[in-house]
Design a protein around this ligand. Sequence first.
Ligand code: FES
Length: 98
Amino acid sequence: MARIVFKPDNIIHEVEDGTSLIDACEEVDSTFSFGCTEGTCGVCELTVTKGAKNVSKASEAEKDYLHPEDLKKGMRLGCQLKVRKGEVVIDWKENQAK
Ligand code: FES
């Protein structure tokens, strides 16, 4: 099992290894939101503050959308993210539209 910490919501949620963040969000009452779910709108921008090695590698869509420096800092597109194992802490700006 893997564990996702939704920092702004104070939610900790356990999922099967390899679960996408989209699926995980359907199971919890998180304020995190998605738009296109295809890696083109940027609504789902987040930062992996812990466990960057425990998530899927950046997709082509993320490489196109995010600056390489931001990717290095842990910024990701949530709709592209899968949690592979272990603990992953995600943080995001709270002004996201719901
Ligand atoms: S929901 Fe549009 S980029 Fe992720």
